[in-house]
Every structure is written in C-alpha cells, then in structure tokens.
Design a protein around this ligand. Sequence first.
Ligand code: URA
Length: 209
Amino acid sequence: MDGVTIVNHPLVQHKLTLIRDKNRSTKGFRELLNEIGMLLCYEVTRDLPLTDVEIETPIMKMTGKEIAGKKLVFAPILRAGLSFVEGMIGLVPSARIAHIGLYRDPETFVAVEYFFKAPTNLDERLVIVIDPMLATANTAVAAIDRIKERGAKDIRFVCLLAAPEGIERLRGYHPDVPIWTAAIDDRLNDHAYIEPGLGDAGDRAYGTR
Ligand code: URA
C-alpha cells in the first residue's frame, strides 16, 4: 500500500502476538509496548542521512559517521503513546518530545484536545507522531493538523496496529505523512475498536478500565 510500511520483522510479529493476548499482565503489556516501540523506531529512522565526522580511536584517527541534519521530535499522543515512546527515547535519547493530549469522545469518536506542548522550530525538524492504535484516525488526523499548524513539514506516523479504515482516512487527510505499523488488522467494530486488535491500549498499559 502506498505510503504504508508494515514492519514484518520476526521479533516484531512475535511480540505483537504476545501483546494481543488478553491474559498478558499490565506489566507485560507495558514492557512489550516499549520493546516494539524500540523496534519500530529502528525501522522508521532507517533512512536518516549520515555525515562524516573525524574522531580518534585509542589506535588512530578515522572518519566515522553520525546522523546529520534535522533534529528528531517524538510526538506521542497521550495516553497510550507514552508507553510506546519510551523504547524510542531509549534508542534516540537526544530526541525532543512533543506531548499531544487528545482523547476520543466515547459517543462520537471525535478527537478532543486537552493538552499540547511542542518544541520550537518544528519546521526544521523531523516529527514522528506516535500512537499505538490507528483506528478511526480521528486523533491521528487532529494531532497532525496541530503539528502542521506549528510549522512541521516533515512528519511520519508510527503505530502498532492499524485498521484499514484508519489508514485510508489518515492517508486521505495527510497524504504527505507516511505510516509505519506492525500490522493492518481486519476492520473496526461498532465501538470503533480494531478487530481482532488488542483491546484498549491505554487501559491495558495503565491497568485502568
Ligand atoms: N484505541 C484502542 O486503544 N484500541 C482500539 O482498538 C481502537 C482505539
């Protein structure tokens, strides 16, 4: 599918099966979300440009490589995005973090914003928007609208699971934003949950209901 990368690395697929299991503990769920986040981060940053840098090893001088160009911003959508971003921060500790507080109204499924705080100069940065579940895409579209309002031009979206409806909607509203996901599931149910999915990612990560 155009603009969508399914990360089918065996480790990701194995951990995805573990995290879907309804008997997984809160602790296990959070750990897996963190680990899969790290693995997806590896994929979403695969094409970052490198530049030469002169260093000296204990033996001699050499030319090494370092990541060039734009500084990275991770933009987790609260709440479930927080556990998902942890592993990514582990891999890229210098990344800036934008927090986007959006919840979906349980009746209308419309995204409601309650918090937004982002670093400056988003126009000079690569912004990776992070939400484990791409369901209706209402929150993803609203989050990317806000990030774009603040000037971001280079945006990627990472999720753990996507519904076909969510992908179509996000690609429709923001065709310039490529998507990385571990899997595309079958459909949304009448409550806008992904089937077969993994349930409510926020509740499962934080042990709420
Ligand atoms: N959000 C979730 O946490 N789970 C879904 O299945 C859909 C949206």
